[in-house]
Ligand binder design. Structure first.
Ligand code: ACO
Length: 405
């Protein structure tokens, strides 16, 4: 609604739009979504084409630079990312200063913010050289950081990156490999994770990306801004949903509850329970990413032969069927979102549930960087500073403590 500013003590007209359902905060050339038609394109390329034929690093280049790279440029970009994968040795002890049971998203957020202290010559967001180096360092070091966090949590020795391996393959090796054992990583698993990262790579002005932009609008460096994005992503209504979906499926399975009974609880809003992995602010149709993930879930689970995963996939598909034929979900246009099926794949790959949201963060990183850089190069950039409609006391006077009852 519109509030007449003068009446409310502000100057001019202020629009009130909780949750920014109708307010654009910027213009952008990066990602296009048509929520009614279920369309998602990065830099004009349909998500289905990129998921099928591209690679995560190529998509990262595309999002950040605006064009697909030619072979030579891409080779240079890949080599550069490969060279910077090592983390400063201090991070080994830095991570051990957190409880090993601590949530990986909290540790990741701290680790990313901490990078700013090691690379002080990459902090100026208006210097093209520094911003490019910060981009490369973040893309290179984030997988190493996430695998360190995962292994530290279970007490396994940390593995150094192997520049001979591809980006996603090396991440999987650092997470699941053993010292002195050179093992090939199943290419189906590498390809599936690469594809999932592509699907998460950008989604225009979602909660975490808007956070990155808002923090960066003060000219805060890229590490500080991305770390804030990690914080925003950790919430169960956003990136944390992938973890929440698996916990929901676990609960339904272990309590032996029927999917119809669970959906009934959701509809009656019992204990505020929601069907996690369902609904989206922008998609009022099937999330095109969810369709691709569902297909991959079948492939990966069949390939890895996960009995528990198979049962959970059945529960998830039943939930989807029950919900999509129910008026509560139909009338509110609630469909599965990207994370309804991802947790099942991550679990089958061997990731502990707490590691699911860091995987989302790894995927979303190129989008955060691209959006941060687009904002920095916008001549119309101003510090983000939302207004408010004040509804508190007009004016009152201080009463000494001893005179208050
Ligand atoms: N289960 C049950 N009811 C739901 C759900 C759900 N998952 N999502 C929305 N609703 C209902 C709400 O209760 C509300 O109904 P009401 O009008 O009777 O109160 C109506 O649908 C509209 O919901 P809002 O919360 O106003 O929608 P909003 O656009 O603000 O929220 C959100 C979108 C946060 C994604 C929401 O659908 C949700 O909580 N989903 C579950 C969490 C989730 O999966 N998040 C991941 C989002 S995608 C991502 O980050 C990758």
């Amino acid at each position: 609604g519109l509030a007449i500013g003068k009446l409310l003590g502000t100057t001019g007209l202020v629009t009130l739009d909780p949750g920014f359902t109708n307010t654009a905060a910027c213009t952008s050339e990066i990602t296009y979504i048509d929520g009614a038609a279920g369309i998602l394109r990065y830099r004009g390329y349909p998500i289905e084409e990129l998921a099928k034929s591209s690679s995560f690093l190529e998509v990262a280049y595309l999002l950040i630079n605006g064009e697909l790279p030619d072979p030579e440029t891409f080779e240079r970009f890949q080599r550069r990312i490969g060279r910077h994968r090592l983390l400063h040795e201090d991070f080994r002890s830095f991570f051990t200063s957190f409880p090993s049971s601590g949530h990986p998203m909290a540790i990741l957020q701290a680790g990313i913010a901490g990078l700013a202290t090691y690379y002080e010559d990459t902090l100026n967001p208006h210097d093209p050289y520094e911003i490019e180096l910060a981009t490369v360092l973040l893309l290179s070091k984030m997988p190493t950081m996430i695998s360190y966090i995962a292994r530290r949590a279970i007490g396994l020795p940390l593995l150094y990156p192997d520049p001979k391996r591809g980006y996603v393959e090396d991440f999987l090796n650092m997470t699941f490999g053993m010292p002195y054992q050179v093992r090939d990583i199943d290419p189906t698993v590498v390809r599936a994770l690469d594809m999932l990262l592509i699907l998460h790579a950008d989604h225009e002005q979602n909660c975490s990306t808007s956070t990155v932009r808002l923090v960066g609008s003060s000219d805060a460096n890229m590490y500080a801004s991305v770390a804030a994005g990690v914080g925003a992503l950790s919430g169960p209504l956003h990136g944390g949903a992938n973890e929440a979906v698996l916990r929901m499926l676990d609960r339904i399975q272990s309590e032996g509850m029927s999917t119809t009974e669970f959906v009934r609880k959701v509809k009656n809003k019992e204990d505020g329970v929601r069907l996690m992995g369902f609904g989206h602010r922008v998609y009022k149709n099937y999330d095109p990413r969810a369709a691709l993930v569902k297909e991959t879930a079948h492939e990966v689970l069949t390939r890895l032969g996960s009995k528990d995963g198979d049962r959970k996939l059945e529960i998830a598909m039943e939930l989807e069927e029950v919900a999509l034929s129910d008026d509560y979900f139909i009338s509110r246009s609630l469909y599965p979102n990207v994370d309804f099926y991802t947790g099942l794949i991550y679990q089958a790959m061997g990731f502990p549930t707490k590691m699911f949201t860091p995987l989302f963060a790894l995927g979303r990183l190129p989008g955060w960087i691209a959006q941060y850089r687009e904002m920095m190069s916008d001549p119309a950039k101003r510090i983000g500073r939302p207004r408010q409609v004040y509804t508190g006391e007009v004016e009152r006077h201080y009463v000494a403590m001893h005179r208050r009852k």
